[in-house]
Design a protein around this ligand. Structure first.
Ligand SMILES: Nc1ncnc2c1ncn2[C@@H]1O[C@H](COP(=O)(O)OP(=O)(O)O)[C@@H](O)[C@H]1O
Ligand SMILES: [Mg+2]
Length: 293
């Protein structure tokens, strides 16, 4: 679904350039539900905006659903935004109109007309678990319910890819969990590919694959040994929650062989303030030694 190689995004303002993405690689399979995690300013929103066709990359390769986004004309971009991707933001004011009801909000972006439009909107509100709130104005709904309306809208034109930028950023833990459950259910039921950006490591642990971004590059990938769904099923059968060993973290090696060493390892006395290491191959392992004194 997503094939992103060496992606670069440079923002130019009057007298300064910000390199927000510095040759980022990311691959996402169709039907995957995954998360992107990283500190504030690491380039998560920039990446999501590129994926959503809201902004254009400066260089690199970006294919989504086999479409080459770097070759898009303005017209292709409009069609892409309308048909291929759905977007959910943290601040759902970007999706929603406060004085309309939930139903009216969802009807707005639907490309159908008349009765079919109404039926589709009802179906979408049902899919996000809001059938009982359709007549309420947005201002009468809780934060979590508003986010559900935003998700229904993002699904309105049957996109293949759902992008969510910090969708639970303004919700409490319980509501965040429920929204994540909804993404998981939609992913399972309609097979939509879901990419969630978050800075919350706990939330990220609840999906099967997490890609970490550091300074505009993918730095590591955290993969579940057992899928979250399987783990939940096991918990329900009375199993124990194996928190630590449920994930494996891999450092990502780019095409040129570059790798980011986890920041906390570099804090060890042997490596502190060193700018080089000795690299050796021993019995199928690559080992990094501190430089000789
Ligand atoms: N429109 C913009 N113009 C200039 N710089 C920007 C713009 N958007 C983001 N940036 C910069 O790019 C970097 C990455 O930002 P962003 O993608 O928003 O990070 P994140 O979502 O991970 O917090 C930051 O240094 C940010 O200041
Ligand atoms: Mg952001």
């Amino acid at each position: 679904m997503i094939h992103c190689d060496g992606l670069v995004k440079i923002y130019k303002t009057d007298d300064l350039e910000v390199v927000a993405l510095q040759g980022l690689d990311l691959h996402v399979e169709a039907g995957e539900l995954m998360a992107i995690i990283g500190n504030s300013g690491s380039g998560k929103s920039t990446l999501l905006n590129m994926l959503g066709g809201l902004d254009r990359p400066s260089a690199g390769t970006l294919l989504v659903d086999e479409k080459d986004l770097l070759k898009f004309a303005e017209r292709d971009l409009v069609k892409y935004k309308r048909e291929t991707v759905g977007f959910v933001w943290q601040n759902n004011a970007r999706n929603l109109i406060p004085y309309l009801t939930a139903l009216e909000n969802v009807e707005l972006p639907i490309l159908l007309k008349g009765r079919r439009k109404r039926l589709r909107a009802l179906e979408l509100l049902d899919a996000v678990g809001l059938s009982h709130r359709i007549k309420n104005r947005l201002s009468e709904l809780s934060g979590g319910e508003q986010q559900r309306v935003a998700i229904a809208i993002a699904l309105a034109n049957e996109p293949k890819l759902l992008l969510a930028d910090e969708p639970t950023g303004s919700l409490d833990t319980r509501m965040s969990d429920q929204i994540l459950d909804l993404f998981r259910e939609l992913n399972r039921k309609i097979g939509i590919t879901v990419v969630i950006v978050t800075h919350d490591p706990l939330l990220a642990r609840k999906v099967d694959r997490v890609v970490a971004i550091r300074d505009g590059k993918t730095s590591s990938e955290i993969i579940r040994r057992q899928s979250y769904a399987e783990e939940l099923a096991e918990l329900e059968r009375g199993g124990l929650f194996k928190h630590e060993e449920s994930h494996v973290e891999y450092a990502v090696i780019d095409k040129a062989g570059r790798l980011q060493i986890p920041a906390n390892y570099l804090q060890a006395d042997e490596f502190k303030e060193k700018n080089k290491v000795r690299v050796e191959m021993e019995e199928g392992r690559i080992i990094l030694y501190p430089p000789e004194e």
